[in-house]
Write a protein that binds this ligand. Structure first.
Ligand code: HEM
Length: 71
């Protein structure tokens, strides 16, 4: 039907999504258990406890860029 290259690309990327969504959901569940809070529910309510229970006060704000440079 379409261009074979586009079809192959579409198949590969859709397989990747099917593979990665369960990995993502598993990560969300593991994070929820470790942080002892329901992250899936927080996507609906918009409410999240931060810092998570037991975390250092120093960890008071999310620093996504810090994760990239391992500091
Ligand atoms: C194709 C499907 C999905 C895509 C593209 C996707 C994408 C994303 C992205 C971009 C974020 C980061 C949002 C942010 O930090 O602002 C995120 C977070 C999250 N996602 Fe997904 N997601 C998908 C499916 C799901 C499903 C099916 C679940 C659970 C049933 C889920 C649970 C979560 C949770 C718990 C978070 C973390 C929220 C938080 O920590 O505040 N996701 N997702």
């Amino acid at each position: 039907m379409g261009h074979p290259l586009i079809e192959a690309l579409h198949e590969t990327t859709s397989n990747l999504v099917v593979l990665l969504v369960p990995v993502h959901v598993a990560g969300a569940l593991v994070s929820s258990l470790l942080e002892r809070q329901n992250l899936v529910l927080s996507m609906i309510t918009g409410n999240k406890r931060w810092p998570p229970p037991g975390a250092e006060a120093d960890d008071a704000r999310p620093r996504p860029a810090a994760a990239l440079v391992d500091c």
